[in-house]
Design a protein around this ligand. Sequence first.
Ligand SMILES: *Cc1c(COP(=O)(O)O)cnc(C)c1O
Length: 422
Amino acid sequence: MHPYFQICSRLREASEKAEAVSKPMFRTIEEIQRYNQQKMLAAFNRAGVSESHFVGSTGYGYGDRGREVLDEVYAYALGAEDALVRHNFVSGTHALTVALFGILRPGDKMLCVTGTPYDTIQGVIGIEGREEKGSLKEFGISYEQVDLLPDGTPDYEEIERRISPEYKMIYLQRSRGYSLRPSLFVSDIEKIAGIAKRKAPQSIVMVDNCYGEFVEKEEPTQHGADLMAGSLIKNPGGGVAPTGGYLAGRKELVELCSYRLTTPGTGREIGCTLGNNRELFLGAFHAPHVTGEAVKTAVFAAALFSELGFAVTPTPQELRTDIIQAVLLKSREALVSFCRGIQKGAPVDSFVAPEPSPMPGYDSDVIMAAGAFTLGASIELSADAPLREPFAVWMQGGLNYHSGQLGVLLAAQEMYENGLIA
Ligand SMILES: *Cc1c(COP(=O)(O)O)cnc(C)c1O
C-alpha cells in the first residue's frame, strides 16, 4: 500500500479476504474482457480504421468518413446490423428519446415489460404524474406497463398474457438503475423477445441498454432485440468519450431514428464531428477493458462490504450484466461517510466533501460522490444515494481496478473513522 493512503489494519485484512473471495469472479470477468477486447479489435480491423478518420469536420459535416466508420465499428462490436454513434446525443436519455420518437407514431402503443422505467424516461413517455412538455403522450402515443414480480424479476406469465399485436413497441430496461431489482441478463431479454415475436410478430423490441454494454460477451441485439440505446459516458465510451450516445439495431430502424436525430431527408448524412472522432474511436477501443475494470471494482466492493457485515446486491458470487453495485448501509451517517470516502478516492476534486441536498424528482435528499474527468460520467468511480430507507448506496465505475479498489477502501475507511464499522 502506498504510504500516502492510510487504511487501518482491520480494513487491510478485510480487503485481503475480499480479494480472495473475488478471485473466481475476477477470472470470469477477465475472460469476458479478453473476448470483448478481441471483438473490438476485430471491429477496428474490419472497418479499416485509419488516422485519416480522426480528422474533424465542420459545418454540415457531409461525407465525414470518420463518422461513418465509427458507426461500423460500434455496429460490429455490439453485434448489430447498424449503429448510429454521435457526440450530438447529449445523454443516454436523449439517445433513448430519439429512438422512441424515431419509431413511434400518433396512435401507437408501447408496452414496458420491466416495471417502471428509469426516472428520466418516465417524463419522456409522459407516465401519469410525470408528464413533461413534449412527451410521447402529448403526441398521442400511449403507454402501458407490466409490473415486475415482488422479487423484482420479470413476470413472464403476465408478459405472455399482455403482449398482443396492438403494441407497436415492447420496451425493456436491462439495468436495475437505482432500484434494488436484479438486472436483466441478455438471456432474460432473449426470452422476452421470443414471447414478443411469437405473440406480436410485427412489434419492435427496444432495450434501454445503459450500464450493460460489454459486461457480457453478447448484446441484446444479438438475441432478439430490434433496437437498443445507451450513453457514451457510461460503458461504451471507455472513459474517454467526452459526451455522446448510440443507437444500434436493425438497419431500417436505425435509419428511421436518424431522421429524428437530424431531419427527415438528411438523417445520418449530416452532422459535423468537430474534433471528436479520435476520442470516440479511442474510447470505443478501451470500452471492453474499462467496463471489465468497473465490474471488478463492483465485485470487490460487494465482497468487502459483505465481509464487513452489510447486505449487498449483487453478491460477489453472482454473475453480472451491468456495472452497478448496491450496498445497504443501514444509516444516513453511513451513506454520507461512504460517499465522502469515495470522493477521496477520485483523481479529480478529491478534496471536496459531498453534502446531501434536495434533487428535483426525489422526495428525499440525495448525496452524490464523483470526481471525474468527464462531468457526470458514471463509468468513472461514483456513488449516489437517496437519504431514505433502506439507506442503500449505488456505486459504479472505476477506470481501472487498482484505483477503483482504493476508492472502495477509502469509503470503508471513512466509515471506520466515524465509528460506523465495527
Ligand atoms: C443512465 C441511465 C439512463 C439515462 O442516461 P443519462 O445519460 O443519465 O440521461 C437511462 N436508463 C438507465 C437504466 C440508465 O442507467
